[in-house]
Design a protein around this ligand. Structure first.
Ligand code: NAD
Ligand code: MN
Length: 361
């Protein structure tokens, strides 16, 4: 029986509330699907920072490195600057563990209306480059306080970085029977980095993934196509900045933050990957027990898929869809009155009912 060690960092605000529900559903999955999870929780959040002056212990990454995967909730607290929570906890994990793929599914869910008139049957995934690109710490500000003040931000793209994210996206397409990869660029604007991106993306697809259909759009046009014909995409491949923007647009097309999961993935599996909802700590609703746990539960399913437990992962997503299709249990963000716990329990029940039905039939 496969045995996985999972590090859990629930974080701040609604993080611990939605994490409890994800762990509940994982527990069901474990019992029914014949693998076991050894879960260890780490209290590394803003409270921890206020007490210890740091977001995690000095050897935090060494500790995490011994796990098979990390399930993350959300962080953010008014008493601690966002730079601290992000740069001292999330970024060291992403960078230290070479999680260079940010993976975000964009999928229509039953009973969740899209703001688009043509918003049905949307189902694609975004591979956002997660380690370099436009979000670099190269650059700076000069002449502060003077009229001539300037800021310089360098985009850093490496051939290695572009090749590996392209391979990850194409492999995913092949493994999941998806025919087409769409690359976002802006090379019409004479941006050197995007020319390098275009050249190496195209070369890798042509040389190594000849069976895939490939297309490339300027990111501004692609944003419009997301709205006009979102059904026409399978795998969207984008740099750090473009992928960030496109994936929030994608989330908006299919129902919003309470429903959007993500994975920070190290495809080589030489370090653990980290799975987390797209949303933050939602201080406006924290402590009330009304947050939607679906993004967190779905993130746990992405984690199982990454670990190779594909059937369990598929069943969790199906359980989420079953509950939403029935429409009886809905949290406030999707137009209902259910609590976080009620939603988590409903998904756990739906998960169990799948086996009952399978055995009966
Ligand atoms: P947010 O995602 O926390 O909240 C935005 C809005 O969406 C709020 O109105 C919130 O109530 C709602 N919302 C979010 N998740 C929800 C859920 N599961 N169910 C129902 N409603 C939900 O973003 P924000 O308000 O901009 O940021 C709050 C804090 O979170 C900040 O400190 C920010 O830095 C941090 N943050 C952290 C992460 C992360 O941990 N990776 C990501 C984004 C923001
Ligand atoms: Mn974003």
């Amino acid at each position: 029986m496969a045995d996985y060690r999972i590090a859990v960092i629930a974080g701040d605000g609604i993080g611990p509330e939605v994490m409890d529900e994800a762990l509940k559903v994982l527990c069901e999955a474990e019992q029914e699907e014949g693998f076991s999870l050894e879960v260890q929780a780490f209290p590394w959040n803003s409270e921890y920072y206020l007490e210890h002056g740091r977001m995690m212990p000095e050897d935090g990454l060494d500790t995490l490195q011994t796990f098979d995967a990390i399930l993350f909730g959300a962080i953010g607290d008014a008493r601690v600057p966002d730079e601290v929570t992000i740069w001292e906890l999330i970024m060291p994990i992403r960078k230290g563990f070479r999680q260079y793929v940010n993976f975000r599914p964009v999928k229509s869910l039953p009973g969740i209306p899209s703001p688009l008139a043509n918003g049905e049957d949307i189902d694609f995934v975004i591979f956002r480059e997660n380690a370099e690109g436009e979000y670099s710490d190269s650059g700076g500000r000069l002449y502060a306080g003077q009229e001539g003040e300037i800021a310089i931000q360098n985009t850093i793209m490496t051939r290695t970085g572009v090749e590996r994210i392209t391979r990850a996206a194409c492999r995913y397409a092949e493994e999941h029977g998806l025919g087409k990869v769409t690359s976002a660029t802006k090379s019409n604007a004479v941006i050197h980095a995007n020319k390098l991106w275009d050249e190496h993306v195209r070369r890798i697809v042509e040389e190594e993934f000849g069976g895939l259909q490939f297309e490339q759009y300027y990111v501004d046009a692609l944003a419009a196509y997301f709205v006009q014909r979102p059904q026409s995409f399978d795998v969207v491949l984008a740099s750090n900045l473009f992928g960030d923007i496109l994936s929030d647009l994608g989330s908006g097309l299919v129902g919003g933050l309470g429903l959007s999961p993500s994975g920070n993935i190290n495809p080589e599996k030489d370090y653990p990957s980290m799975f987390e909802p797209v949303h933050g700590s939602a201080p406006d609703i924290a402590g009330q027990g009304i947050a939607n746990p679906i993004a967190q539960i779905w993130s746990a399913a992405l984690m199982l898929e990454h670990l190779g437990e594909k059937r369990a992962a598929g069943r969790i997503v199906k359980a989420i869809e079953d509950v939403l299709a029935e429409g009886k249990v809905k949290t406030r963000d999707i137009g209902g009155t259910a609590t976080t716990r009620e939603m988590g329990s409903a998904i756990g029940e739906a998960f169990k009912n799948q086996t009952t039905k399978a055995t009966e039939g």
